[in-house]
Write a new protein. Structure first.
Ligand code: FES
Length: 73
């Protein structure tokens, strides 16, 4: 589904950006340009970011050894 018509950004692209390292709405906006023109998509884009970040956190919490807990020796 298209989230940002001005930039042609879909919810899948937003999710991919988060899986590839974006960790905030600001990161997604800088990476994809979402909400950088008319701004009408900002609320939906934030919602997709929030839901995806929650999914990532839930999936990491389900791991026996969450990636964020590794410390280089
Ligand atoms: S719809 Fe996203 S900036 Fe216009």
């Amino acid at each position: 589904m298209y989230v940002c018509l001005c930039q042609g950004v879909t919810d899948g692209q937003i999710r991919d950006a988060i899986f590839e390292g974006c960790c905030s709405y600001r990161d997604v906006r800088e990476t994809l340009g979402v909400a950088s023109q008319c701004g009408k998509c900002a609320c939906l884009a934030k919602q997709v970011v929030r839901e995806t970040l929650n999914e990532v956190q839930s999936s990491q919490a389900a791991l026996a050894y969450p990636a964020a807990s590794f410390v280089a020796a």
